[in-house]
Write a protein that binds this ligand. Structure first.
Ligand code: XMP
Length: 326
């Protein structure tokens, strides 16, 4: 599949049977393209890179080298799930890089959102490059480019994950999903045996929790974002909102307010809950979450999450707000 244009005759992959056919064709093509060479993949655990990984593991097994960079800005349980699914269950050649301190040190004291994004992006490429240099004889770089990436960029934009590698590290690209839409990628992922919560997960920004821990990131507030996000996701799943709401998360600002706990005065951070629906992320409406559920989540967050004494619900559609706060 070398063209960047989806043929008009290409059938939409909507069923496990169609996914199976696609997988069989791709496995054959990938084996022909790659032969006995090695392929490198930055595996974030997001939908696209996970499906590419599963497809390549099926096609070339241990010739695929997956690098999972834990930058400390992932959601609770995500790095563990990547190791569990790919290393333990699929027996992949997976390099797990604990780069948490490195990222948080670089981000210390930086409060401008765009600077934070740039630091996270640049550091990611640096860590990935260092790992890539440890392996000899890698000729291919796999990427989770999907058709909207190609359409949005008129065929020139690479997938956002690992563009920007240095000149001396130019690999031949392997992009088996480049003609698929997101819903098709999910069907293929399911057919490859990936867990539902990996394949049907809500969108998650590249800079991760880094743009939800507002202002200069501290470990204390980052943990408050991660823990409150985990509670929100757990409660939404329990109450049937997981597949219904397009995107939902928590945000922790960098100011505190006065509260009271066990008869004692507290001075702690608020958690802001955001839950929105959209079709294209250009505009968004706010989910009408049942008030009782919000109260229950508030109760859990204020008792279970350290350094938090208030919970707020963001009622702002896009516009005037964006979906993320930074
Ligand atoms: P906004 O906040 O612009 O978000 O309304 C629209 C969608 O884009 C996601 N988003 C990002 N995704 N890198 C990403 O990969 C980013 O820097 C980034 N910023 C926002 C956001 O989560 C929402 O789905």
């Amino acid at each position: 599949m070398n063209s960047n244009k989806r043929p008009e005759t290409m059938e939409r992959i909507t069923t496990p049977e169609l996914a199976k056919t696609f997988i069989e064709e791709q496995v054959k093509e990938l084996q022909e393209q790659i032969g006995d060479k090695k392929v490198l993949l930055a595996l974030s655990g997001g939908v696209d890179s996970s499906v590419v990984a599963a497809l390549l593991i099926k096609a070339i097994g241990k010739q695929l080298v997956c690098v999972h960079v834990n930058h400390g800005l992932l959601r609770k349980g995500e790095p563990e799930q990547v190791v569990e699914v790919f290393k333990n269950r699929m027996n992949a050649n997976l390099v797990y890089v604990d780069a948490v301190d490195r990222f948080l040190d670089k981000l210390a004291g930086v409060s401008d959102p765009e600077k934070k994004r740039k630091i996270i992006g640049a550091e990611f490429i640096r860590v990935f490059e260092e790992e890539a240099r440890r392996f000899d004889g890698i000729e291919f770089l796999a990427q989770g480019t999907i058709y909207p990436d190609i359409l949005e960029s008129d065929g020139v934009k690479a997938h956002h994950n690992v563009g920007g590698l240095p000149e001396d590290m130019q690999f031949e690209l392997v992009e088996p999903l480049k003609l698929l839409f997101k819903d098709e990628v999910r069907v293929v992922g399911k057919a490859l045996g990936l867990p539902s919560n990996m394949v049907f997960r809500q969108p998650f920004p590249g800079p991760g929790l880094g743009v939800r821990c507002l202002g200069a990131i501290t470990r204390e507030r980052l943990e408050a974002v991660r823990e409150s996000d985990a509670i929100l996701r757990e409660e939404f799943a329990k109450h049937g909102l997981e597949g219904k709401v397009w995107q939902y998360f928590t945000v922790v600002p960098d100011f505190r307010s006065v509260g009271v706990k066990d008869g004692k005065r507290t001075f702690a951070y608020p958690v802001i809950i955001r839950a929105v629906n959209t079709t294209d992320a250009m505009t968004a409406t706010v989910e009408d979450v049942p008030f009782e559920l919000l109260q229950h989540i508030t109760q859990r967050i204020t008792t279970e999450v350290e350094n938090v004494n208030r919970v707020l619900y963001d009622l702002t559609p896009k516009p005037s707000g964006t979906i993320e706060w930074e």
